[in-house]
Design a protein around this ligand. Structure first.
Ligand SMILES: *Cc1c(COP(=O)(O)O)cnc(C)c1O
Length: 401
């Protein structure tokens, strides 16, 4: 049954959350039980088309066959061993990532924030002693640990939790002069999402990333790309920076890295990587055999099924459907698309649209209050694009802000 009028979720589940789970998330009153590709089902048997699967983690859709198989095999062989040992899987995973990016070396961990912590530490370890400052960008998002939260230049995430980590300064996204003015003798690195995700699918202005590379080279700074949301094929290239002809010194990955399994990585250029010397950083579960097998299977699936090209084709289909909305609807300001990162910016509050689409059986996201965000799977069918866009466009047309 496709979702129309919603029944409430199981009262037992609701009660357990009410009593025992810290309410730090805004949650929909739905309990999800099963997923397949871009479909997901709740515990009442309602089916939803998911244009935001796993908050960007499920780039291959829900429960991709190759990931399920790799994990099932691995979990019966060896679940976890610490990084005092080698595993073939972790070595192979690092090799595959290195070969598809800039030939560096990998450190594995479990979440985007943790990868960014590692990147910040590495940048400071590599820089000469007096250099410790990191320049990040307004509207950016880097995660919720203290260093990552501090790097996240959005005041709403800084309220009441200070003091933050010293040594961060913020520049407007896209403003090269502002960055230049912030660089001094204590600057160690520039850290940026090549395309801002949580910030509202903001694409870098022409020449901006190249300009950052140049500044970093002139002043011997590390250029860190946080590709937690943009990486691993999301934009139709392996990594978003490959759309702009600029290479970072350090790159962080998580979200879709392991096809929905938790896993994260930091890649660093070979000259820099050894600065993360033994004893200075670690993650107990980092690069564990299950994440590694899932990570390998993710890369192999994307290549075997030609999903980078498919992502571009899907992107064009979304673009063709959504671009005309700017002309048609006065409250739609802009449609921004890079591969399967899709943002529709309204000049009014867009949050009600999420519930309205949910009522019609379509899962979407709203970020920054006024940007409808879609991070759909590369495995969407043409029919699913049609069906989902029809609902979304219909809901937008009936929207009276
Ligand atoms: C989601 C996200 C993070 C944080 O990742 P976690 O796994 O939640 O720690 C960091 N950076 C970017 C760009 C993200 O989108």
């Amino acid at each position: 049954m496709t979702a129309t009028a919603k029944q409430a979720m199981s009262p037992t589940t609701a009660a357990m959350f009410q009593d025992y789970v810290i309410p730090n998330y805004g949650r929909f009153p739905l309990s999800l039980v099963r997923g397949e590709g871009s479909w997901v089902w709740d515990d009442q048997g309602n089916r939803y088309l998911d244009f935001f699967p796993g908050w960007g983690c499920n780039l291959l859709g829900h429960c991709p066959e190759a990931i399920v198989k790799a994990v099932q095999e691995q979990v019966a062989e060896l679940i976890h061993v610490p990084n005092t040992w080698h595993t073939e899987a972790q070595g192979k995973w690092a090799k595959l990532l290195s070969e598809r990016s800039f030939g560096g070396q990998a450190f594995f961990c479990n979440s985007g924030a943790e990868a960014n912590e590692g990147a910040i530490k590495l940048a400071r370890l590599h820089a000469s002693e007096e250099r410790y400052k990191i320049i990040t960008f307004e509207g950016g998002f880097h995660g919720r640990t203290y260093a990552a939260t501090t790097a996240t230049a959005q005041p709403k995430f800084h309220q009441d939790i200070g003091p933050l980590l010293p040594g961060f300064c913020y520049a407007p996204f896209g403003d090269l002069d502002a960055v230049r003015n912030k660089i001094d003798n204590e600057t160690a690195a520039i850290m940026i999402e090549p395309i801002q995700g949580e910030g509202g699918i903001r694409l870098p202005p022409e020449g901006f990333l190249q300009g950052l590379r140049q500044l970093a080279d002139e002043h011997s700074l590390m250029l860190i790309f946080d590709e937690v949301q943009t990486g691993c094929g999301r934009t139709g290239k392996w990594f978003a920076y490959q759309n702009y002809g600029v290479e970072p010194d350090i790159m962080t990955l998580a979200k879709s890295l392991c096809g929905g399994i938790a896993g994260a990585a930091l890649l660093a250029r070979r000259e820099i990587a050894p600065s993360l010397r033994p004893g200075m950083h670690a993650a107990t579960f980092g690069g564990n055999p299950i994440a590694a097998r899932a990570g390998i299977a993710t890369i192999e699936t994307i290549e075997r099924d030609g999903l980078l090209d498919r992502a571009i084709a899907l992107s064009q289909a979304f673009q063709a459907k959504l671009d005309p909305l700017v002309e048609e609807l006065p409250f739609v300001d802009e449609v921004r698309i890079s591969g399967l990162m899709i943002g529709i910016e309204l000049n009014v509050d867009a949050t009600p649209l999420v519930g309205q689409c949910l009522e019609r059986g379509l899962l979407i996201n709203c970020t920054q209050g006024n940007v409808v965000r879609l991070l759909p799977a590369m495995t969407l069918t043409d029919g699913q694009v049609e069906e989902g866009c029809e609902i979304l466009i219909d809901v937008l047309r009936q929207f009276s802000p």
